[in-house]
Design a protein around this ligand. Structure first.
Ligand code: BTN
Length: 324
């Protein structure tokens, strides 16, 4: 907590010095302890001027998602109260999985500024350059049956679409099951991992990646025509920490509704964001190609497709192509 407390005091009087003595008095710790935290904050990129006579002054805060920047913005009751923050990770999902395996609690989150092995769906990579986008994993421990887990994925897609709309004013489309598109290009993706027994979930890792301030030119060639970012769509960047705070709030609210009232409310909202009924779709699922019209998603979040022969197929995973 102390980093946040120090920054709160420094930010209160942006251009003036606060003495080490005052800080140590207010926070009830030694001056040496204060100095240690100041050094730590500097290592995170905070520019803090120190003078033996006058004390400390905050010159500039970095654009990072470290707890001292994020926590003051959080409006959640329990989600994100513990933040595991890293400059670089292989994958926030892998880290969160590991932490959950060792007993991390529901609501703990993992954030990285970059990922070296960001994981996408169906074994793909997620392009994760530093300090531009959002790479987030949330640990949940719902007491629900494993077959309901896909609903949590749909819920997270709804919360992500809402957070994007709130910060941009643009209305994204959710593409089944959980890609978030703007103007036909993908801005965000979700990869949820689950550890369960047949009838009990140990934990779910909600992995969310949102392309925010990355320039179109920075995307690798292979995905440049199909990927987009907030910056590309709006012409300007957005505050990553504001978007994160709004996403966490939405997730907490939707999750609470889901546990209390079940999946129907989630499905209704998902349907509004996805507009899937009647779309002509084609997809490969477990080696089979299925084409036809999307009828709906069922109560477990599976996609129901009617082929041209009138046969109904139920698909639980795969990559769907929307056709005209
Ligand atoms: C997709 O293929 O659409 C899913 C992409 C999910 C990317 C996010 S970034 C944070 C989290 N950590 C990962 O390794 N992947 C997810």
């Amino acid at each position: 907590m102390m980093d946040e407390d120090i920054l709160r005091l420094l930010k209160k009087h942006p251009s003036t010095f606060i003495s080490g003595e005052e800080l140590s008095h207010r926070l009830k710790v030694s001056r040496t302890a204060i100095w240690k935290r100041i050094r730590h904050l500097r290592s995170l990129g905070y520019e803090i001027e120190a003078s033996t006579r006058s004390g400390y002054r905050l010159v500039q805060s970095p654009d990072i998602l470290a707890p001292p920047e994020v926590k003051p913005l959080l409006k959640t009751k329990w989600l994100g109260k513990t933040i595991h923050y890293f400059h670089a990770l292989d994958s926030t999902n892998s880290k969160a999985y590991d932490l959950a395996n060792r007993g991390a609690e529901e609501g703990e989150i993992v954030i990285a500024e970059s990922q070296t092995k960001g994981k996408g769906r169906l074994g793909r990579n997620w392009f994760s350059p530093p300090y531009l986008n959002l790479y987030l994993s949330v640990i949940l421990r719902p007491e629900i049956s494993p077959h309901q887990a896909p609903l949590i994925t749909l819920m997270a897609a709804v919360a992500t679409a809402e957070a994007i709309e709130k910060s941009s004013g643009l209305r994204p489309l959710i593409k089944w099951p959980n890609d978030i598109l703007l103007n036909g290009r993908k801005m965000a993706g979700l990869l949820n991992e689950i550890k369960s027994e047949t009838d009990r979930i140990h934990f779910i890792i909600l992995g969310i990646g949102v392309n925010l301030n990355i320039d179109e030119k920075m995307f690798p060639k292979e995905i440049r025509s199909i990927a987009t970012s907030m910056k590309r769509e709006m012409g300007e960047g957005v505050s990553r920490k504001d978007l994160l705070a709004s996403l966490l709030r939405g997730l907490e609210q939707w999750y609470t509704v889901f546990l209390k009232d079940g999946g129907n409310v989630i499905l209704e909202s998902w349907r509004r964001w996805a507009q899937i009924k009647g779309r002509r779709v084609k997809m490969a699922s477990f080696g089979e190609t299925i084409a036809g019209r999307a009828i709906d998603v069922d109560s477990d979040g599976a996609l129901i497709i009617e082929t041209k022969h009138g046969e109904r197929k139920r698909v639980v995973a795969g990559d769907v192509e929307y056709r005209r």
